[in-house]
Design a protein around this ligand. Structure first.
Ligand SMILES: C[S@@+](CC[C@H](N)C(=O)[O-])C[C@H]1O[C@@H](n2cnc3c(N)ncnc32)[C@H](O)[C@@H]1O
Length: 391
């Protein structure tokens, strides 16, 4: 979105038009919608701006639920925005630490700042990009305790600020940036701030662990089983004695595993009646050992993130499967066994074996009314296919 398009959108006519549109659904609707709006006399530029905004709002429901329909977005801003459930967790840290004035340095469209404002923190949200800053200002307008500055975060005067949040941009227009010096604001700048003030830094979950300072609390977060970020927390917004955490947010609610350090592994052992697939946040946080102990389990193989046990324990940190059968990983065997059970719909999961599930499914040409799940992996080092059912 360029500044001119944004100006059109932010006009009284633009906002009224946007709020009057039906939910954005299919391309067919859009064609008739555009011609209807044009016939009603709205200028082409405005119609285009309003429709692309309606489309972004529809996409944003996944991250912001019903709040999306009261917000504005840019394409990149929505892509990079923190989901509301995770933003609420960030804001909660500053709130619990009793801090009042928070600077969100590189606020994007303002998702984190919004969650902070909702907890009645004083928020100054700083954004370098003019259009993004204007969008953040619109999103934060209902909150008198929040304001947006269109400025460079690195020039912002932190005197009097109690805490800082940074979510550096880690991609440019075309690609993901792997060098932390290229992130913006840079990781070095973020760490300099963290040395002075209680600070939270949101980063990609796959960050090189060597970059994580010893003093930080590193918390990996998954939302509905997708690992979305690692948060590095410093000072009063970090928790004493915790350096590794896996926070699992989902329909079950909120659950967390915490530890002082990476957990000790448990031994590899014989395949039991149950197999657990740990949540990605637990895997990234290297807390599988602690989880396996909770589940009274053992590892299925060296360096494979499946836990096996003799009993089923319900856990928010892992999906649990009952092992129904255990075959050698051989196409002919699998084809025969699926056919014998009338399994025509197969979910194929794999870990630790170099097989393309889609290719294997085609090769198995399954048919029948039954459904089944195959887990392709190594059991105590040997390549096996496990027929399982979800518990
Ligand atoms: C990942 S996004 C932030 C997303 C935000 N936390 C949210 O949930 O909506 C990073 C933002 O930082 C902005 N940015 C990058 N470098 C900056 C700088 N030096 N000063 C201010 N803003 C900057 C980018 O324009 C981008 O909008």
């Amino acid at each position: 979105m360029d500044p001119a398009e944004l100006r059109e959108l932010l006009s009284a006519e633009g906002l009224r038009l946007l709020d009057s549109l039906p939910p954005y659904e299919s391309t067919a609707d859009v064609v008739s919608l555009v011609s209807g709006l044009r016939k009603a006399g709205h200028p082409a530029g405005l119609v285009a701006a309003v429709l692309s905004q309606a489309k972004l709002r529809a996409r944003a429901v996944r991250k912001f639920g019903p709040f999306a329909e009261r917000m504005l977005f840019t394409e990149a801003g929505l892509e990079q925005a923190t989901r509301l459930s995770a933003a609420a967790q960030h804001a909660g840290r500053f709130h619990r630490a009793g801090l009042s004035w928070i600077a969100d340095l590189g606020c994007g469209i303002g998702a984190d700042a919004l969650a902070m404002a909702a907890l009645e923190l004083e928020v100054t949200a700083v954004e370098r990009d003019e259009v993004t800053a204007a969008v953040a200002a619109y999103n934060l307008a209902p909150w008198s305790n929040a304001r947006v500055e269109n400025a460079d975060a690195e020039d912002f005067d932190l005197a009097g600020v109690d805490g800082v949040f940074l979510d550096p941009a880690r991609r440019n227009a075309s690609k993901r940036l792997t060098n932390p010096a290229d992130w913006s604001p840079s990781l070095d700048f973020a760490f300099e701030v963290a040395a002075k003030l209680p600070t939270g830094i949101k980063l990609g979950p796959g960050i090189d662990r060597e970059l994580i300072p010893q003093s930080a609390e590193a918390q990996w977060v998954s939302v509905d089983r997708e690992v979305v970020e690692v948060g590095l927390w410093f000072g009063a917004v970090a928790r004493p004695g915790i350096h590794r955490a896996a926070l699992v947010l989902g329909s079950h609610g909120t659950a967390e595993l915490t530890a002082e350090a990476d957990s000790e592994d448990v031994e590899v052992g014989a395949l039991g009646e149950y197999l657990y697939e740990p949540d990605g946040a637990v895997i990234r946080a290297r807390l599988i050992g602690d989880l396996a102990r909770q589940l009274k389990g053992r590892m299925i193989s060296d360096s494979i993130a499946y836990v096996t046990a003799d009993s089923a324990t319900s856990s928010p940190f892992a999906a649990c499967f009952r092992v129904l059968d255990n075959f050698s990983l051989d196409k002919r065997v699998l084809k025969r066994e699926l056919a014998a059970r009338g399994i025509g719909t197969v979910e194929i999961k794999k870990r630790g074996v170099d097989i393309d599930p889609a290719e294997l499914r085609t090769a198995l040409s399954p048919h029948g009314d039954a459904e089944g799940t195959l887990i392709l992996t190594r059991v105590q080092g040997r390549r096996r296919a496990l027929l399982v059912e979800r518990v």
